[in-house]
Design a protein. Structure first.
Length: 352
C-alpha cells in the first residue's frame, strides 16, 4: 500500500533537529586553504575523503616506526569560550600532541582534529581550525583531516570541545629515551606561560581573586583572559634539530604533573633528575597564582611547568653545543642540573 501524503505539508528535516549540513559544508570550504598550507612531503590528497592518506616513503623514511599521540586542551577551553578569543586554542591542541611525539624521537607527520559543538558557528569554527593549521605549519605537520560534530542537546550556550590526534615516525632504532646515564646534563627550554595544564586550578584562583577575564592582567600586559590564553609553545623543530645534531638521550614535555612528575618518565631505574630551582626565575604568572592561592612550592612544582616547558637529557660532552644550537633557534635554554643516582626528582635550592 502506498504511503499517504498530505499536500502542502513539509516533513521534518535534519535542520529542524538542530543540525545544519550546509553550515558544515561551508566550513570545509572555508578551511581548505588553511589545510593546504600545511602540506608537506608525504601528503596525499586533500580534505573531504573518508580517510587521509600519507606516503611514508615520500616523506623520506626507509624503515619507519610509527608513533601516535592524542590529547585535548582541558578547561582552558572554558576561558576561550567565555572570552570569545578562540583563535589560538588550536595551537594549544596541536602542541599538546606533537610536543609529546618529539619526546619519543619522532617527527610529527600528520594531524587530525575533532571539533564538537551544539550549534555550528562557521566563523568561530574557522578561527579555531585556522589556529590548528597554524600549529601544524609551525611544527612541520600536515593537517590531513578531522571531524566536525554538531550535537544539539549535548553542548549548550556556545560550548564546544576539541581533541587532536597526531602521527609521527622515526627510523627503527632511533627511539628515545636511550642511554640515559649518571652525569648527563639537564637542559630546560622556557615555557610561554601556563601552557595547557592545570586550568581547573587556574580558574579557581581567578575566582578567588575576584577578577574577571576582562580585568587588567595583574602580572603582565593586556587582560587577564588574554594572558591566560597564551598558547602552548611548540618545541618540535628545535627538538628535532637537537636530536639530529647528536647527543640527546631523552626529552620530557612538562605537562600535567609539572616538573615533579614528568622528568622521571625518561629515567631508567636507579637514576634521578637533580634540578637546581635557582637556575631560572619563576615567571610572573606562576608567582601570581602561587601568591593568590597561598600555594606551597611543592604543590606548584607538581601542578605547573613553572617556566620550563621541555627538558632535554644530553651527553655532557655535547651539552654546550646543543645549548648553543637551541639558543640559535630562538629558545631560552636553562642548565637545570644533572642525572644522579636516586629516584624521581631531587630539588636543590628554591624557586626565585
Amino acid at each position: 500500500m502506498a504511503a499517504k501524503t498530505t499536500e502542502g505539508q513539509n516533513g521534518l528535516t535534519y535542520a529542524d533537529a538542530g543540525v545544519d549540513i550546509d553550515a558544515g559544508n561551508a566550513l570545509v570550504e572555508r578551511i581548505k586553504p588553511a589545510a593546504k598550507r600545511t602540506s608537506r612531503s608525504g601528503s596525499m590528497g586533500g580534505l573531504g575523503g573518508f580517510g587521509a592518506l600519507f606516503d611514508l616513503k615520500a616523506a623520506g623514511y626507509q624503515d619507519p616506526i610509527l608513533v601516535a599521540a592524542t590529547d585535548g586542551v582541558g578547561t582552558k577551553l572554558r576561558i576561550a569560550i567565555d572570552t570569545g578569543h578562540v583563535g589560538s586554542i588550536g595551537i594549544d591542541l596541536v602542541a599538546m600532541c606533537v610536543n609529546d611525539l618529539v619526546c619519543q624521537g619522532a617527527e610529527p607527520l600528520l594531524f587530525l582534529d575533532y571539533f564538537a559543538t551544539g550549534k555550528l558557528d562557521v566563523d568561530q569554527a574557522t578561527a579555531i581550525i585556522e589556529g590548528i593549521a597554524l600549529g601544524c605549519e609551525r611544527s612541520g605537520c600536515a593537517l590531513v583531516g578531522g571531524e566536525t560534530a554538531e550535537m544539539p542537546g549535548m553542548y549548550h550556550g556556545g560550548d564546544f570541545d576539541l581533541a587532536g590526534f597526531a602521527v609521527g615516525a622515526m627510523e627503527r632504532g632511533s627511539d628515545l629515551p636511550r642511554g640515559v646515564a649518571e652525569g648527563d646534563v639537564l637542559l630546560g627550554l622556557a615555557s610561554d606561560g601556563v601552557h595547557s595544564n592545570g586550568y581547573s586550578f587556574v580558574r579557581k584562583v581567578v575566582e578567588i581573586s575576584g577578577l574577571g577575564w576582562d580585568a587588567a592582567c595583574p602580572f603582565g600586559a593586556g587582560t587577564l583572559g588574554q594572558a591566560l590564553l597564551t598558547p602552548t609553545r611548540l618545541y618540535v623543530k628545535q627538538a628535532l634539530a637537537a636530536i639530529r645534531a647528536g647527543g640527546v638521550r631523552g626529552l620530557a614535555h612538562i605537562t600535567g604533573g609539572g616538573l615533579t612528575e614528568n622528568p622521571p618518565r625518561v629515567l631508567p631505574e636507579g637514576l634521578a633528575c637533580e634540578i637546581d630551582l635557582g637556575a631560572w626565575s619563576l615567571p610572573p604568572v606562576f608567582r601570581w597564582l602561587a601568591s593568590t592561592a597561598n600555594m606551597a612550592e611543592g604543590e606548584l612544582l607538581k601542578t605547573f611547568n613553572c617556566g620550563i616547558g621541555m627538558m632535554l637529557v644530553v651527553d655532557p660532552a655535547r651539552a654546550d653545543q646543543i645549548a648553543s644550537l637551541l639558543a640559535g633557534l630562538g629558545e631560552t635554554v636553562v642548565p637545570l642540573g644533572k642525572i644522579v643516582a636516586g629516584e624521581g626528582v631531587i630539588y636543590k635550592g628554591r624557586l626565585l
